[in-house]
Design a protein around this ligand. Structure first.
Ligand SMILES: Nc1ncnc2c1ncn2[C@@H]1O[C@H](COP(=O)(O)OP(=O)(O)O)[C@@H](O)[C@H]1O
Ligand SMILES: [Mg+2]
Ligand SMILES: [Zn+2]
Length: 512
């Protein structure tokens, strides 16, 4: 049977784990001294080893020669757990088993002593997805844990867990894995698969994985399938739809010569080559981040994930540009990144950015570092959309073009939760400052509804997706008449939102 590469290469022991040494050490010491906690909470980004470690731990405490620092992976217990045959080791995915009944069932199962192995182990993945009642039920179990039961809760979003749950667990944080370590693993996996892959291809893959080893291996797999022979950087670029770093090197050279024409032709190559300009912008941000890193860290830069072949050319450019200009360009690119994704004409946005940067050097770009949003932005009629309230000057980074992004927020929100979408349409929306969305209602009940987790959660998720950062949501009840804050609204939208909020049905259309 075919198995995806990342499954084939699931680490089987703590020794095989890449990165996460602090996690391994804590657990191995506890295993050795038989002083394991009743419950562990594994937090960290996806694809960094949480599930893998939970399974290693389940074997290590139940191994015939254990509890030991490593499972033997040969005894009946290890093999049985590995194959998923041991009923004492349970894995549940809270994303699809969110309810109280699922947790009650789990509690039933862990109440009795283990039958096949030493410890029962309950692994709850994506635990933040549990419903409130399910959390309460889980909490009872954690407060009064049956003996010989080990809980492992895993989550990518620990901030969504009730504090009561967190405080009952020993928390272990999994970190993003460094480029150098990912590259090493990719090399090893390719070699064991008897494939040759060039160094720059390895680095490109490692870079694209953004710190997750699962993504790195999935990408490697795609590339290996795509090209039957030796893998070169071009193959990776073709599969990823990415461009080579040399483009950014050339763009930067053009910038230093103030050669706008050369830059526009480079951009033309990228756009007509069918590359996705959002991805291109991400790569540009990374390139300038790397320029900053080499300038700040010198020869240490390799440790922060700069490919060895690139340290020198990057250093040369970075020194010529200076930190101020690099920072300013980086800020400009970061703003561009947020806009380019949903822009109908991303290429034009890029051209405008190049134009501004080239004509003024770092000076125009410098302004991008100052807080934006002091002036009201142009609005299109007929849509609920944000206004700038008072912008807080100073420390917060400005979010670019809030108003322009708003239609996209509403579009995504409609898919995420039609109810929240409707509720938002019936309120007035503005930005209190760059990091806080304010929603105003005349009716207390609407205010409370919007303030509930049920409605805040989908809105937050969408805001994060669109703006690339967490925003706070603040619901405010305003006195009758929204007054100076009134926003004209599409009557059609208001009507349908009222119908949706009150779960109504249109009985008589004639009076509308
Ligand atoms: N720290 C790591 N060391 C080695 N391989 C890893 C690591 N993290 C992830 N992987 C690879 O990614 C796959 C998925 O990892 P997994 O443990 O399920 O991640 P998570 O549960 O954190 O999302 C594994 O099968 C393995 O191939
Ligand atoms: Mg997992
Ligand atoms: Zn064993």
């Amino acid at each position: 049977m075919y198995q995806a590469l990342y499954r084939q290469w699931r680490p089987m022991s703590f020794a095989e784990l890449v990165g996460q040494e602090h996690v391994a050490r804590t657990l191995q010491n506890a295993l050795e001294q038989e002083r394991l906690a009743h419950a562990y909470l594994f937090c960290g980004p996806r694809g960094t080893g949480k599930t893998s470690v939970a399974r290693i731990l389940a074997r290590a405490i139940n191994c015939k020669v254990g509890p030991a620092r490593e499972p033997c992976n040969l005894c009946a217990a290890c093999l049985g757990i590995q194959a998923g045959r041991v009923i004492d080791v349970l894995e549940i995915d809270a994303a699809s088993n969110r309810g109280i009944d699922d947790i009650r069932e789990l509690r039933e199962k862990v109440r009795y002593a283990p039958v096949e192995v030493r410890y029962k182990v309950a692994i709850i993945d994506e635990v933040h997805m549990l419903s409130q009642e399910a959390f309460n039920a889980l909490l009872k179990t954690l407060e009064d844990p049956p003996s010989r039961v080990l809980f492992v809760l895993a989550t990518t979003e620990p901030h969504k867990l009730p504090a009561t749950i967190v405080s009952r667990c020993q928390r272990l944080d999994f970190h993003l894995i460094g480029i150098t370590e990912i590259a090493e693993r990719l090399r090893a996996v390719a070699q064991l698969a008897n494939r040759t892959i060039s160094e720059d291809a390895v680095y490109l893959l490692a870079e694209e994985a953004n710190g997750g080893l699962r993504d790195a291996l999935s990408l490697l797999e795609q590339v290996l399938a795509y090209c039957p022979a030796e893998v070169a950087q071009e193959d990776v670029l073709a599969v990823l739809g990415a461009v080579g770093r040399d483009i950014f090197h050339a763009l930067t050279e053009a910038f230093m010569r103030r050669d706008l024409s050369a830059a526009l032709f480079l951009l033309d190559d990228v756009a007509t080559g069918g590359k996705d300009l959002h991805h291109f912008t991400q790569q540009a941000v990374r390139y300038y981040r790397d320029l900053m890193v080499v300038l700040a860290c010198g020869t240490e830069a390799e440790r922060l994930g700069i490919g060895p072949d690139w340290v020198q050319p990057l250093t040369k450019q970075a020194e010529a540009l200076g930190m101020g200009t690099i920072g300013a360009i980086l800020a400009e690119l970061h703003g561009l990144l947020a806009e380019v994704r949903w822009a109908t004409r991303p290429r034009l946005l890029w051209e405008l950015t190049l134009f501004r940067l080239f004509l003024s050097g770092g000076e125009v770009a410098q302004r991008a570092l100052e807080p934006a949003g002091m002036t009201p932005q142009a609005v299109s009629p007929g849509k609920s959309r944000p206004e700038q309230l008072a912008a807080a000057p100073g420390k917060v980074q400005p979010l670019p073009s809030l108003t322009r992004m708003w239609p996209r927020v509403m579009e995504l929100l409609k898919k995420e939760s039609i109810k929240t979408h409707a509720l938002l349409l019936s309120g007035d929306v503005g930005f209190r400052d760059a990091m806080t969305l304010e929603v105003r209602y005349e009716a207390q009940i609407h205010c409370e509804m919007m303030d509930s987790p049920e409605n805040k959660r989908p809105l937050k998720a969408v805001l994060k997706e669109v703006f690339g950062t967490e925003l706070a949501i603040c619901c405010v009840k305003v006195a009758n008449g929204i007054g100076s804050l009134t926003i004209e609204k599409d009557p059609e939208e208001m009507f349908s939102s009222a119908v949706e909020i009150f779960h109504g049905q249109v009985i008589d259309e004639s009076n509308r």
